[in-house]
Design a protein around this ligand. Structure first.
Ligand SMILES: Cc1cc2nc3c(=O)[nH]c(=O)nc-3n(C[C@H](O)[C@H](O)[C@H](O)COP(=O)(O)OP(=O)(O)OC[C@H]3O[C@@H](n4cnc5c(N)ncnc54)[C@H](O)[C@@H]3O)c2cc1C
Ligand SMILES: NC(=O)c1ccc[n+]([C@@H]2O[C@H](COP(=O)([O-])OP(=O)(O)OC[C@H]3O[C@@H](n4cnc5c(N)ncnc54)[C@H](O)[C@@H]3O)[C@@H](O)[C@H]2O)c1
Length: 460
């Protein structure tokens, strides 16, 4: 049996980082992936979708010239430019040769195949056994979840993968799911001229976010002509009753509403399956939906997991953060254990919704005697100057007993960048008094933090 120091099963962003770093440090590393090295993020996830968002935002900004600076005679969207950028600049035509060579040039061995953990220190790749002397790192990620809707399997629908590979957008689109993927892609398509309807089964869009963000994103969508149905799931999906008609799918909601569109995009969450990669062989419960990990990302002695499969936040930055911890643990190097108090996330709608740590509801659920501070962006100097496109707010979630922020949400232009300051505050447990004594540059969006802090004080 061929043997290695470390076997990495699944080379998403975290697994690729572990494999490259440990190979560089002289360990004998086998990397296994049945798809593309780099995973969802560079080929069908973060990077292509943010290229789409960049393009869609450029169209929206051009349309805002009227009323701010003059007029743009004709803003004509052209999806082929986006498709070309994604194909040529982002994904090399969905080819991972560069990533594979980056790994093998560091001394790693790569196998294109499906890996399965069959016990401590043992991995099968397409049925062939391999031994791992120091351990196994699992980074198999997640797949688009398909909800059990009658008729769905019989209709050709898109997930984020088909959307990322699309050379043209449909004339009309029904988006199932109003989470991060659904909202980002709905707005992109609408800005490129597609007639978009979003169906969200929860009572509001972006339901994990603060309700103030959901309200505002619904208003923005309405203004941009996106139809939103919340609190009503799809009951059935069928092919269009009229063959040859442009509208190819018919979605009937639980309340009886019938929607027809050229395409259906399913964005109803992600599915993780620790059993499928054999983690049952090292003690993970057969019905586990995520791989349980300790503060060093260990699932069992000599078995680590990173990324979406751990359930600690399906984000590239979480996968990379965990990968760095695993590298240290494998090499026996000192460093802090995993700490998920200040996980940031940004939904790249326009305006962006950026959150760190706990929302108000999450903090209350954890028994924190919450105090909040809020400022609408329009009431700050910069928000008012910005005018059109400046919808948003800053909301702080404090634990007054400890005199600290435990969470914050920023919605607005460049909210992800503004939130960075609050991520430092939550991560480093900067005392509220210290934050109050800070100088915020005038007139910036982040200066709104000062107003939100003042509001928090008034509520004491
Ligand atoms: C549309 C979309 C947009 C997103 N936007 C963002 C964003 O803006 N910011 C952000 O932080 N995150 C974003 N994400 C999430 C992000 O893509 C993931 O969290 C990120 O890819 C990390 O995933 P991962 O490390 O778990 O592995 P993945 O990227 O899921 O990769 C897992 C790898 O494992 C391989 N694999 C699976 N099973 C096996 C097996 N048995 N054997 C061998 N190989 C296997 C797969 O082929 C794949 O290459 C987005 C996701 C989507 C879908
Ligand atoms: N900017 C980012 O960082 C970014 C962008 C996209 C995705 N992601 C990651 O990918 C994950 C998956 O994204 P997602 O948007 O698919 O999942 P999600 O869990 O965020 O949202 C899915 C939504 O679909 C709804 N839903 C479920 N079943 C439904 C049904 N049958 N009919 C209608 N609605 C239904 C859910 O209520 C939920 O609101 C995110 O949670 C995030 O971790 C991150």
């Amino acid at each position: 049996m061929e043997s290695f120091d470390i076997i990495v099963v699944g080379m998403g962003p975290g697994g690729e980082h572990v494999a490259n770093t440990l190979a560089e440090r002289g360990l004998r590393v086998l990397g296994v992936d049945h798809g593309l090295v780099g995973g969802e993020c560079p080929y069908w996830g973060c990077i292509p979708t943010k290229m789409m968002v960049r393009a869609a935002d450029a169209l929206a900004e051009a349309r805002r010239v009227d009323g701010l600076a003059g007029s743009v005679a004709d803003v004509t969207p052209d999806w082929s430019l986006v498709a070309r950028r994604i194909r040529d600049e982002a994904t090399d035509g969905w080819d991972d040769q560069v990533a594979v060579e980056r790994f093998t040039q560091k001394g790693g061995t790569f196998l294109r195949g499906t890996g399965r953990v069959v016990g401590p220190g043992r991995v099968d790749v397409d049925g062939k056994p391999y031994a791992a002397g120091r351990g196994i790192v699992v980074n198999v990620g997640s797949r688009a979840a398909t909800p059990p809707i009658e008729g769905l399997e019989g209709v050709p629908f898109w997930t984020n993968r088909e959307f990322a590979e699309a050379t043209a957008l449909p004339g009309s689109l029904v988006v199932l799911g109003g989470g991060a993927i659904g909202c980002e892609l709905a707005q992109v398509a609408a800005r490129f001229g597609t007639t978009v309807t979003v169906v969200e089964s929860a009572p509001r869009l972006l339901s994990p976010e603060e309700p103030e963000a959901s309200e505002r994103i619904a208003t923005v969508f309405e203004r941009e002509g996106i139809t939103v149905h919340v609190g009503s799931a799809a009951a059935t999906v069928a092919a269009s009753p009229t063959p040859g008609e442009a509208d190819q799918v018919e979605v009937t909601l639980e309340d009886g509403t019938v929607l027809r569109a050229e395409r259906l995009l399913v964005a109803t969450g992600r599915r993780t399956d620790p059993g499928a990669v054999g983690l049952g062989s090292v003690g993970v419960a057969a019905d586990a939906r995520v791989a349980p990990t300790d503060e060093w990302c260990r699932v069992a002695p000599g078995v680590w997991a990173v990324g979406d499969i751990t359930g600690k936040g399906a984000f590239t930055h979480v996968s990379m953060y965990q990968a760095a911890i695993v590298v240290r643990d494998v090499l026996g190097e000192a460093g802090p254990p995993a700490d998920y108090r200040a996980v940031p996330r940004v939904t790249f709608t326009d305006p962006e919704v950026a959150t760190v740590g706990l929302t108000e509801a999450q903090a209350r659920d954890q028994g924190v005697e919450v105090r909040t501070g809020f400022t609408a962006l329009g009431s700050t100097t910069r928000g008012w100057i910005h005018g059109v496109g400046g919808d948003g707010f800053i909301k702080l979630v404090a634990d007054p007993g400890r005199g600290l922020l435990v969470g914050a949400t920023v919605m607005g232009p460049a909210a992800g960048e503004v939130m960075g300051a609050l991520a430092v505050a939550v991560h480093a447990e900067v005392p509220l008094d210290r934050l109050r004594s800070m100088i915020h540059a005038y007139p910036t969006f982040h200066r709104g933090i000062e107003d939100a802090l003042a509001d928090l004080d008034q509520r004491s």
